[in-house]
Design a protein around this ligand. Sequence first.
Ligand code: MF3
Ligand code: CO
Ligand code: CO
Length: 331
Amino acid sequence: QIFEIEASLASQEQNVVQAENNYRNAKLSLAQLLLIDDFNSFEIANEDFSIPFSDILTKSPKEILNKSMTYDVKSQKMIKSSDEIAKMKVAGKLAAQTLEMIEQHVQPGVSTGELDRICHDYIVNEIDCIPAPLNYNGFPKSICTSINQVVCHGIPDDNRVLKNGDIINIDLTVIKDGYHGDTSKMFFVGKKQPHAERLVSITQECLYKAIAICKPGINLGDIGYVIQKHAEENHYSVVRDYCGHGIGKVFHEDPQILHYGNPGTGMELKAGMCFTIEPMINLGTHKTKLSKNDGWTVETIDGRLSAQWEHTLAITDDGCEVLTARSEETL
Ligand code: MF3
Ligand code: CO
Ligand code: CO
């Protein structure tokens, strides 16, 4: 039941009617199950999340979500010290440098396996870092290479050779001194096809528009909103099955950064938070399927193109700093 309540809270604006239903059912079962007579003395809580049971019974999920108090326990844990942010900057810079290094190798005829080897050697030998994806939940390689209709988490392969007209996302994460820097960009292989070029540019603009609004006091829903708005105004769709994430000593930590949403909803940003924004935007449907073969590769179900750009950022007192900015960017 607690799970259902959390699920209903998590679904937020996605499907309010469904969320309200889940929530009502969960509330009833929970009250019956626990036979609680003093609701005020009871909290639904784990170490990250705490909702007084009296609130659960008397308030709607929306009201609970809007009470920033609900999130204080959780968001306080997401604030990094200036020492930690200094280390995040170093890791971010090195991740950006690796993406810059690989650019010249992305050419027709090269295999994604080869791109992985070049990045691996550079990360380990040149910049003295650890490639975070390698063995992460069993991932077999050091980078992700996602070509054309592949949305994310493509596995580098010596038999997958890039051909003229492909688009590819290279996503890499390095660990330096215990801290992660996570970033990805799109490359064109040989000739740029106009429909691909447009998708790739709009997706990059989605990321930049989100970065532009990041500062203390905005809500996570504001980030999702600007991304979704720009993508949908251009008749593209936003992938919902994968999202950005908090990052630090841990590769993927709270909060989740959804790339769709409504203004003024969700957790409020505070200085010292570090997270990624990594919109995946599709030319056709937003729906994805996970490969049954390798358990990693995510593709669009309609086989149409998908693009993604990713940066790691830190919220500062008056805005944000893009920790993985490359020299080609003015951020
Ligand atoms: N770098 C990806 C991200 O942006 C995660 C890759 S996890 C892996 O979060 F296991 F697929 F490598
Ligand atoms: Co990421
Ligand atoms: Co990444």
